[in-house]
Design a protein around this ligand. Sequence first.
Ligand code: HEC
Length: 141
Amino acid sequence: MRNIAFATFIAVFIGLGYWFIAPKFSGHQQSMPMGSSIVAVQLPPDFSEQALIGRSKFEANCAACHGTNAVGKDGIGPPLVHVIYEPNHHGDESFQLAAAQGVRQHHWSFGNMPAVQGITRDEVSAIITYIRELQRANGIN
Ligand code: HEC
């Protein structure tokens, strides 16, 4: 009889211990599948002409990693419509540098960004206009 009580006690003890510890090891937070968008982005009522040029350049050169409308792709590229990339923290030149030289992983854990081949400064300027208009439509100034 005492053995059964003891065994029950041990079983409950292990069960509770597992319940307590398991979430820390099971990748509990990784509920988002790879590639899903990281933020929700509101579009402005309309874009300037320069931003529309930037949008098509962004879709061709950047959206594969940064997502359509720069919403980010989990595990691949960060959302650029994000307070981290507001003009005071990441000025326009940091976009030019990112495209020309690539970026070492530092804010996220998605690896390095490679330099973008065959894009001009003017095209990146148009992309910056597009991203800034998206940012402003989402209260990021
Ligand atoms: C192959 C994937 C990939 C492509 C293509 C890509 N990026 Fe990135 N980009 C990343 C990743 C990953 C980071 C995050 C690095 C970090 O901070 O950890 C990043 C970061 C950035 C940053 C932040 C730079 C900084 O100083 O922190 C900017 C700006 C940026 N990208 C702009 C662009 C633009 C503009 C394009 C297209 C012309 C582009 N990216 C194309 C993956 C990509």
